[in-house]
Ligand binder design. Structure first.
Ligand SMILES: [Fe+2]
Ligand SMILES: [Fe+2]
Length: 159
């Protein structure tokens, strides 16, 4: 059993994960238009991952006798600039998501729901990895400059 308050917040997070998925799909299409197939592949994987986060959360709610809903998802941006600007936006987006999950975890603790707390800790750990990965790519893109972009593109294509 999960409290109404926590269920509502979890459903909002499901919406946020679906929005993230759409954001990455839009970014993937953006870089694909320019011809960076490796980056497009990496971002498409990210799209799949965010969809799976939404599903894991919905599945978790159901397992706790809760009600998971698929709500309206806001539109996402279309243009993201240069590859470096794209990945800087990936990084800042993941930092925002970390804050969202962190608030959700605070709520689970306040509601004394240890099971949900445990469930969310897995996501918090994953956020640390997501931030580090995005930051690493931003760093490599800065080092690469214009000439090395295709090398980084190739590396990201191997994900
Ligand atoms: Fe996520
Ligand atoms: Fe993410």
């Amino acid at each position: 059993m999960i409290t109404e308050k926590l269920q509502k917040a979890m459903n909002e997070q499901i919406g946020a994960e679906l929005w993230s998925a759409n954001l990455y799909l839009s970014m993937s299409l953006h870089v694909a238009r320019v011809g960076y197939t490796g980056m497009a592949h990496w971002l498409k994987k990210q799209w799949e991952e965010e969809n799976s986060h939404a599903y894991q959360m919905a599945d978790y709610l159901v397992s706790r006798d809760g009600k998971a809903v698929v709500d309206k998802v806001d539109v996402v941006p279309v243009d993201f600039g240069t590859p470096l600007e794209v990945f800087e936006q990936v990084y800042s987006h993941e930092c925002r998501v970390t804050a969202l999950i962190s608030n959700l975890l605070d709520l689970a603790i306040a509601e004394k729901d240890k099971v949900t707390e445990e469930f969310l800790r897995g996501f918090i750990r994953e956020q640390a990895e997501e931030e580090a990965t995005a930051l690493g790519i931003v760093g490599r893109l800065k080092l690469a400059g214009t000439t090395g972009l295709l090398v980084v593109d190739q590396q990201l294509g191997a994900r």
